[in-house]
Design a protein around this ligand. Structure first.
Ligand code: HEC
Ligand code: HEC
Ligand code: HEC
Ligand code: HEC
Length: 179
């Protein structure tokens, strides 16, 4: 049952499957998502995936075996594990009019990441002491709550406008860290 020993061999056999379904749209890089998704960007930037390239030792930064997980879109100029490693290459979907249309954006490459997406990199060849536990790891990369709040606030008024809840604040995420 111990699959960890031959990790170095497995590494060679683990090309990233990520983005494989994203068609031929080019990647645009996290900086392009930032203006429209500032909260998600900030959470990502301070999280583990943004440093996935920098944490590689100098000598491994051109090693495709390592890049397949630590910087899968390096060939397209997107460094580290960026937004598009999980959400699909954004060349076609990241125009605003496309993004506003959930069906269209998915038709041109937007992916809905799930447990399987994580498994492309968090798997038996990962140098990790414990098995990847999705329900425990997912909260550690949280970047969608503020996005969803924002989307609700921006949405055109519904036919039956919701009355503000008693505890509602107008200031957005109360727990947000300073900057
Ligand atoms: C020009 C502005 C803009 C850019 C650039 C942009 N988005 Fe969006 N995105 C939106 C808008 C508007 C929505 C619609 C939901 C909303 O109002 O928040 C959206 C929705 C989304 C959703 C939720 C889709 C759904 O239907 O559930 C995801 C995921 C997303 N964007 C990811 C990205 C990623 C990743 C990038 C960069 C590759 C990106 N976006 C670039 C404006 C943008
Ligand atoms: C199958 C995907 C995969 C491949 C291939 C891979 N890694 Fe990783 N690597 C990971 C994951 C996932 C983590 C985080 C593991 C954890 O913390 O549980 C990680 C963690 C690391 C860390 C620790 C980072 C830190 O912040 O402490 C280093 C260093 C590292 N890998 C180097 C490499 C090198 C060098 C190679 C190429 C020989 C490589 N990795 C190949 C997925 C991979
Ligand atoms: C490691 C994979 C991963 C990376 C990297 C990543 N995301 Fe996500 N993202 C997810 C997952 C998973 C969810 C859905 C979480 C859930 O609700 O289960 C999500 C949700 C979202 C949502 C909300 C979608 C909705 O349905 O309302 C937006 C917007 C978003 N991400 C944007 C981004 C942006 C912008 C970046 C880069 C700055 C980024 N993500 C980086 C995995 C990722
Ligand atoms: C393209 C490869 C890739 C994908 C896909 C990916 N990760 Fe990672 N992840 C990494 C790498 C590489 C690291 C190590 C980053 C470092 O410290 O250098 C990492 C680190 C992490 C860490 C911090 C270390 C730990 O285990 O606590 C968490 C949490 C994490 N990933 C969660 C997720 C979740 C949840 C998903 C799926 C929604 C996901 N990742 C998808 C490559 C990936």
């Amino acid at each position: 049952m111990d699959l960890r020993l031959p990790a170095i061999l497995l590494l060679a056999a683990a090309p990233a499957l990520v983005g494989a379904g994203a068609g031929s749209a080019p990647a645009v890089g996290p900086e392009s998502c930032k203006p429209c998704h500032p909260a998600a960007y900030e959470a990502w930037r301070t999280g583990p995936h943004a440093r996935a390239f920098d944490s590689l030792p100098e000598r491994s930064r051109k090693d495709k075996r390592c890049l397949s997980c630590h910087s899968p879109m390096a060939d397209e100029g997107a460094v580290a594990v960026g937004c598009e490693a999980c959400h699909g290459a954004g060349g076609a979907y990241s125009a605003r009019y496309v993004m506003r249309d959930p069906e269209l954006s998915r038709a041109v490459g937007l992916l809905d990441p799930n447990e399987k997406s994580c498994g492309a990199c968090h798997n038996d060849s990962t140098p990790s002491l414990t098995k990847f536990d999705y329900s425990r790891k997912l909260p550690l990369i949280e970047h969608w709550n503020a996005e969803r709040e924002g989307a609700k606030a921006e949405a055109p008024p519904a036919s039956r406008p919701a009355a503000p809840a008693p505890g509602d604040t107008k200031k957005g995420a109360p727990a947000a860290k300073a900057r």
